[in-house]
Design a protein around this ligand. Structure first.
Ligand code: AMP
Length: 432
């Protein structure tokens, strides 16, 4: 089925063509007609499925078709967990809506609020926002949400993980009772279910990719290596295999910085992206990476969440995540919307238990390699895994990327890879 058969307006079809999309993705096939019909939506979809266009296109159409109040007021509100995702959704809204007489703006914390206040004052139809900053601006009287017709909660599971539930509740109370609600979440915990029950009215349910499966288009492999040799092995692989655009995951912000510095010393252009970096530094790093000017972007989980980088060829888990589901999220950065990708995990003796947990979750054994010259010491003893929170006492400030410490809980036995996922996650496992 083509986009035109989904009932989209010519202006939107032109924008889709300009993006180079020829066929709707599975989530778009289901979401677009449902949203156009005015239904509420509950969608289980990860980044990489085309979900953004899935809600943005029909949202734009409904706004363009409906009566426009004068003066202009916020009629669609999209909430996202991170600044990067807000910026990306904002870009999509702008690109797809180019030929429509609708105005949009993105607001998030970590940058000055005045330009955001000015943009709101001029009049907006669509606001894309992270919850904390939006609430701040609303409380200062800079924005009214009284005319919102469509609410989108994107990556709702991450919003809850990052502690935004109170902000979301406060924001919901500011919206008119009658509106269309679209809820997107990669996973379904009891908390998400409860939110969906409160928020949604007889929703259309969409589940595209089975939960906790990794894309078939991603080639996944493990390199066994000693802890101390990981940095050199990574530099070696990047050079030998000529990886020109590689997203590398580390467990801690400190580790991300150290690794980026090491790669730079090896002549590989690299930058770290995490919550201790200023917004402008993060935007700069992401921009350089997307433009192909930076070979390696080293990121912590939350910083990387939702990054939309087209056809990312290479993802490396420099360290395995403590929560197996995060492996699936990380791998979701590559092999997106049908393109091929490769995901490599560097695994040392400390992480064998984590690897088992991941293989159980994704229900497949990963191919194991040992690189010549990097053979692991067979007598190496496992050590407790470095934990960003313990070392640094990490806070969970609202909107702070420190919330990336989610899932870094480690109890006794973590050293031998015993996973202790947060309770909410294990509940989800039982539901799945
Ligand atoms: P998302 O899941 O919304 O983050 O989208 C993932 C990627 O897929 C983005 O880079 C989109 O530009 C791309 N994309 C979205 N829809 C399509 C489509 N119908 N055909 C090809 N690529 C698409």
């Amino acid at each position: 089925m083509s986009f035109s058969e989904l009932g989209l307006r010519a202006e939107l079809l032109n924008a889709i063509e300009a993006q180079g999309y020829t066929t709707p993705t599975p989530i778009q096939l289901k979401a677009i007609p449902a949203v156009l019909a005015g239904n509420d939506l509950l969608a289980s979809a990860q980044t990489g499925t085309g979900k953004t266009a899935g809600f943005t296109l029909p949202m734009l159409q409904r706004l363009a078709n409906g009566p426009r109040p004068a003066p202009r007021s916020v009629r669609a509100l999209v909430l996202t967990p991170t600044r990067e995702l807000a910026a990306q959704v904002g870009d999509s809204v702008r690109d797809y809506g180019k030929q429509l007489p609708l105005k949009s703006h993105v607001i998030f914390g970590g940058v000055g609020q005045q330009p955001q206040v000015d943009a709101i004052r001029k009049g907006l139809d669509i606001l894309v926002a992270t919850p904390g900053r939006l609430l701040d601006l609303q409380q200062q009287g800079h924005v009214s949400l009284a005319n919102v017709e469509i609410l989108v909660l994107d990556e709702a599971d991450r919003m809850l993980d990052m502690g935004f539930i109170h902000d979301i509740r406060k924001l919901l109370a500011l919206l008119p009772a009658t509106r269309q609600n679209l809820l997107f979440s990669a996973t379904f915990s009891n908390e998400i279910q409860a939110l969906a029950n409160r928020l949604l009215d007889n929703p259309t349910m969409i589940e595209v990719a089975r939960r906790n499966t990794t894309a078939e288009t991603v080639d996944q492999a493990v390199y066994y290596v000693d802890r101390e040799k990981k940095r050199d092995l990574l530099a070696h692989l990047i050079k030998e295999q000529q990886w020109y655009q590689v997203l590398v995951f580390t467990r801690t912000k400190h580790g991300a910085n150290r690794l980026a510095e090491h790669l730079e010393k090896q002549g590989i252009s690299a930058m770290a992206i995490h919550g201790n970096k200023s917004q402008s530094a993060r935007t700069r790093a992401l921009g350089a990476f997307k433009a192909g000017k930076l070979q390696a972007l080293v990121a912590t989980d939350i910083a990387a969440r939702g990054l939309d980088i087209d056809e990312l060829p290479q993802v490396v888990n420099f360290e395995l995540p403590n929560v197996a589901e995060d492996y699936v999220h990380r791998i979701g950065r590559t092999g997106r919307a049908g393109s091929d990708g490769q995901a490599i995990s560097l695994v040392c003796v400390d992480e064998h238990g984590l690897l088992n947990g991941i293989e159980r979750l994704i229900k497949r054994d990963l191919v194991k390699h040992i690189a010549p010259g990097f053979e692991p010491d067979p007598n190496a003893k496992p050590e407790p895994i470095e934990n960003g929170r313990n070392k640094r006492g990490g806070g969970r400030g609202r909107g702070s990327q420190n919330a990336g410490n989610r899932g870094q809980r480690q109890g006794k036995g973590a050293g031998d890879g015993q996973q202790r996922p947060p309770r909410r996650r294990s509940q989800k496992r039982q539901q799945a």
